[in-house]
Design a protein around this ligand. Sequence first.
Ligand code: HEC
Ligand code: HEC
Ligand code: HEC
Ligand code: HEC
Ligand code: HEC
Ligand code: HEC
Length: 427
Amino acid sequence: MGSRLLHTHGGLGGRDALGIAFAALFLTLLAAAPAGAAIYPRTAAPQLPVSSSKAQYAVFAVNDLGMHCFQKSYAGFMILPPANNMKVQVFRRGSEGASLVTSGIKIQYSVIGNTYSAGKTDFWQYASSYGYPGLKANVGITGNKLSGTMTWSSKDRWWIATAIPVTPYSDQLVFNPLQTVKITVRSTKTNKVLATQPKVVIPVSDEMRCDYCHGPQNTAASILQAHDAGNGTHLYADLQAGVRHACSECHADNALGKPGVPGVKPLSQAIHGFHADKMTMTTVTPSCYTCHPGAITKCLRGRMAAIGFTCTDAKCHGSMRTVADTQAAGRQAWLQEPTCAGCHGATYAENPGQLYRNSYLANGPENMNGKKIMCEACHNSPHAEWASTMSADNAEPINLQGQATYIRDCRTCHGGESGKIHGGGGG
Ligand code: HEC
Ligand code: HEC
Ligand code: HEC
Ligand code: HEC
Ligand code: HEC
Ligand code: HEC
């Protein structure tokens, strides 16, 4: 530990000040923006009429997470590749009920005004080093592009496009982490457009500021050298020899389904545990926003953010120490996260043993339960729960029900105006 402390001075000497200056610059920029407003361009929610119950289909499209992050540069190592997951459920409206459409349709997605990614990130230059040999530019790690066709998952009962390699840069290179996708539903028989969801947020950011502390120049080299000094590895020598490493080669990472090397801590445990006592080196608040997007991106922007909750609330993730220690005590990173039920109680619980993003309504009116309506269809992704503080997120509920809040108007799917959903029956 002593040598590590010494190395802290050797490795970061002189660069801390710059890092802090950078942080200060960002804070200044933030201070100049109106209170509560983000400084990247907001997309105004389209003012559409209440979608009338005459429309035959209701299209619910969501990103699985409130924000995906990726690295500006993969020249030194890889934590996570660019990869967003979009999910869609389509209901055919009826007078009394509605039916989940599971076949006979084709669902296309297309990121709006953002048609390429290569060059906006250098990922494809190095993809083969990280175990994705032959991956063509602009193609994600599961084969999907910035536009394409979704596949039906009979297991999950939703349509999905995984690992869309989207970046927060439009084709004009304007930074906006709330990129949007157009969803088009067609009949497979006639190819006619049956319904659309014109603007759905696909949130992504590369605001990962390791450079605040590891230095703005040679950030990756500084990180690898620190790693080698602390753990007896030779990641930096490897890099100089042209061999690049993904952290998940050695550290288990459930986000990528990588088991890691036995005896080495899972990546989330290693990174949060090691840095827990280093965060005073920046002034970013909450400190999570140094590595997670971010002071500008403001990943946390949903209903709970609106009333002042932050990442570190005890019923949310807690401190960095907590994020690490809970793993030491057996929590599986990415697979076990805070729950809605933790604050809202059992009536609003996730399905047993499941994350919110993989749960479905279970205690609604008769016939609405089971693997039928995903929680996210009515409430949106975690961290961006409707009503979101960002208008771009609210375009979908406005389009569906004419209100910028969670889906509460029964007419979105079938007859009947209002009433309770949860506890209305079922299990
Ligand atoms: C708030 C400051 C801060 C930030 C932000 C930060 N680090 Fe660090 N990091 C440190 C300090 C201090 C050390 C110890 C330096 C040393 O040993 O030279 C360190 C060391 C490391 C190590 C070596 C660990 C070991 O066992 O010795 C790795 C790997 C690392 N950081 C990765 C990252 C990555 C990746 C990011 C961005 C996602 C990041 N750090 C962001 C401060 C920071
Ligand atoms: C070749 C294998 C290997 C690779 C690749 C690797 N690590 Fe490690 N790392 C280790 C080993 C071994 C340790 C020491 C055992 C431990 O702490 O789990 C370690 C320790 C760490 C620690 C210190 C944990 C602690 O509690 O002291 C951090 C932080 C870390 N690694 C981050 C990273 C990051 C970030 C990457 C990718 C840039 C990475 N590692 C890539 C093998 C590796
Ligand atoms: C030093 C950089 C750094 C800081 C600061 C940081 N994180 Fe992370 N965090 C990471 C990295 C890197 C990953 C992704 C690891 C992976 O690929 O699995 C991650 C992943 C996570 C995950 C998903 C994995 C899991 O453990 O379930 C959660 C939750 C998380 N962070 C919460 C937080 C919270 C809360 C804070 C602030 C209290 C925070 N992080 C601060 C680097 C950081
Ligand atoms: C840390 C505690 C906490 C967690 C975790 C939490 N919430 Fe909340 N939530 C609140 C509080 C407090 C309110 C405000 C209650 C009020 O206004 O009566 C609220 C309000 C809401 C509302 C608005 C209710 C209304 O009728 O206006 C919705 C919807 C909601 N939460 C959904 C969720 C979902 C979905 C999750 C899980 C992804 C979640 N919440 C997780 C604390 C939490
Ligand atoms: C996301 C779309 C959606 C929304 C919004 C919705 N429902 Fe439903 N509802 C369904 C589906 C799907 C069924 C199942 C029909 C079936 O399989 O028979 C259903 C069935 C029902 C049924 C049973 C009727 C039957 O014949 O099966 C009742 C009662 C009901 N919903 C009440 C409500 C109420 C009250 C609201 C508003 C508070 C509401 N629903 C909002 C999708 C929705
Ligand atoms: C068909 C739309 C729909 C689905 C699907 C749905 N909800 Fe809700 N949710 C609502 C409505 C409407 C309310 C307002 C209160 C009510 O009706 O019970 C609500 C309220 C909530 C609240 C806020 C409760 C409070 O204290 O005010 C939480 C938390 C919540 N839901 C979580 C979930 C979770 C978790 C799931 C999946 C297991 C889910 N919801 C699925 C429509 C839905």
